[in-house]
Design a protein around this ligand. Structure first.
Ligand SMILES: [Zn+2]
Ligand SMILES: [Zn+2]
Length: 288
């Protein structure tokens, strides 16, 4: 398991809102319905002050400063998350209906999910994970990295097939220096590249009595002339179709109504090879 971080209460904090003579007003709790009194203040990475409740931080999470460590302190607790993420996270730390995560942008969703993991807010972890796993097409690259980082193989595996049509630059944009995952992705995509090679390359030899015998036949030429234009033009095109689940194996049989049995056999084995290779690509998490 990955280590979750305890947050240190800073010895001193910026006191910009506490000038001498100012009337101190407690920042509000982000939950509009909340009747609890604010007894701890969080300071976001962007400098926003957010009201919270010590008991809720303890009851709903693990990793926020404990009651003991902040008993005598009225200093805001400086955290590395942004204001929106902290406010959302706090909504998951009240006895109330939790907010939906389905409307969040990818950046917001994964910032929330990462913060939930860091502070072990299981209500938010569950909401994020259910959405991410059941919507792998929504943010496939971020989902893949998230699943890999926090050891959710099902999430990583659900998302990974939707990333194989991406470029390495697309992947690295979300890598956050996680080279292990990038390397795993390259190996995973390599397996699909091999499928693409077979998908785009006909074999014109038959196995006969342990020998490879080229099949020279007008029918085969005709079949290839009709079939090849219907295939993806490039390996990347093929990968994109695999990624979207839109590669149609029936293309190999559309023109295989041939008089010649060896021709029929070649067409069928082409289709079956591609089908089998697609099914046999290992799950993404096995490369991690
Ligand atoms: Zn509250
Ligand atoms: Zn033939």
């Amino acid at each position: 398991m990955l280590a979750r971080h305890k947050v240190d209460v800073p010895a001193s904090i910026p006191a910009s809102t506490q000038g001498e003579g100012d009337v101190q007003r407690q920042p509000l709790c982000p939950s509009p319905e909340c009747q609890l009194s604010v007894d701890v203040v969080l300071l976001s990475s962007c400098g926003a002050l957010i009201g919270a409740h010590r008991k809720n931080l303890d009851d709903f999470g693990d990793g926020f400063p404990s009651d003991d460590s902040i008993t005598d302190s009225t200093d805001p607790v400086k955290l590395t998350e942004d204001e929106e993420t902290l406010k959302l996270l706090l909504l998951f730390m009240h006895k109330q209906i939790y907010p939906k995560v389905s409307g969040l942008s990818g950046d917001q969703l994964f910032a929330l999910a990462e913060a939930a993991e860091k502070y072990m807010v299981f209500s938010a972890i569950s909401a994020c994970n259910v959405f991410i796993e059941t919507n792998p097409k929504a943010f496939p690259v971020q989902s893949m990295f998230y699943g890999a980082k926090f050891e959710y193989p099902d999430i990583a595996d659900a998302a990974a097939p939707f990333t194989i049509g991406k470029t390495l630059a697309n992947i690295r944009a979300y890598a956050n220096n996680n080279d292990t995952v990038v390397y795993a992705w390259l190996q995973y995509r390599e397996a699909y590249i091999q499928v693409a090679e077979r998908a785009l390359t006909p074999t014109s030899t038959l196995h006969v009595g342990g020998r490879e015998v080229p099949h020279v036949c007008k029918g085969w030429k005709k079949y290839l002339a009709a079939t090849i234009p219907k295939l993806p033009r490039t390996t990347m095109n093929a990968l994109s179709l695999f990624a979207k689940g839109e590669f149609d194996l029936s293309v190999y049989e559309e023109h295989s109504d041939l008089e010649c049995p060896p021709c029929r056999m070649l067409a069928k084995s082409w289709r079956n090879d591609v089908r089998d290779m697609l099914e046999e690509v290992p799950s993404f998490h096995t490369f991690l």
